[in-house]
Design a protein around this ligand. Sequence first.
Ligand SMILES: NC(=O)c1ccc[n+]([C@@H]2O[C@H](COP(=O)([O-])OP(=O)(O)OC[C@H]3O[C@@H](n4cnc5c(N)ncnc54)[C@H](OP(=O)(O)O)[C@@H]3O)[C@@H](O)[C@H]2O)c1
Length: 215
Amino acid sequence: MADIAVFGGSGMIGSRIVDEALHRGHTVTALARDRTRLPHEDERLRVADADVLDPSAVTAAARGRDVLVSAVGGGDGSGHRRLVEPSARTIVAALRDLREPPRFIMVGGAGSLETVPGKQVWDTPGLPEDVLETMHAHGDALEFLRGVTDLDWTNLSPPAVIEPGERTGGYRTDTDRLVADGRGNSRISAEDYAVALVDEIESPRHRNERFTVGD
Ligand SMILES: NC(=O)c1ccc[n+]([C@@H]2O[C@H](COP(=O)([O-])OP(=O)(O)OC[C@H]3O[C@@H](n4cnc5c(N)ncnc54)[C@H](OP(=O)(O)O)[C@@H]3O)[C@@H](O)[C@H]2O)c1
């Protein structure tokens, strides 16, 4: 069983990762700035308030863990711009300070996924500026991670749509191409996304690369 810390543990995606990991018997520390929004109902769950942009808080959260997951979100586009890539940089710097750094798994974004050869989701005409800013914030974080060769990291991009729903336990994966059905629908429940992420923790298949999922 793994000892897992989850930044963004109170969020739409992060809370499902916490639930899925607990359900599989792992030990989890859920982290966010507002401790009151974190779950606290399991003997294998610890909760703590910590800011992912605070290097010493990240070091403390990561020390002794097997895996550090970041599922932080910044609300609008400019919030993501201030949070997503900076948090990846803060986490990487903190992990480099540890003698035995945990594996780092980051919840990414769909914007940089390929739709057809040579076109990415963020090339779709008509996307609002705010959405583009969020997509590029995640794209910048992924570019940064791709330059990190001394740590064990994975970026898991959601498909176009991810929302609370049913846990079926089934999903399809790809590396850099958007997973969609024949009609172009690209979606997953946050519960099944969490299944895929915890599967990756238990059976690593995507070390130092990005992968994506869809139903
Ligand atoms: N299709 C897609 O590509 C797609 C779709 C949905 C989401 N996403 C991405 O997935 C990530 C998670 O999304 P979500 O919808 O689950 O977000 P969410 O529900 O808004 O939750 C965000 C979480 O991040 C935490 N957080 C924010 N700033 C923090 C900080 N400085 N330090 C520590 N924790 C912080 C929040 O708690 P506190 O505010 O209490 O700190 C909360 O737990 C986001 O980056 C989002 O862009 C991608």
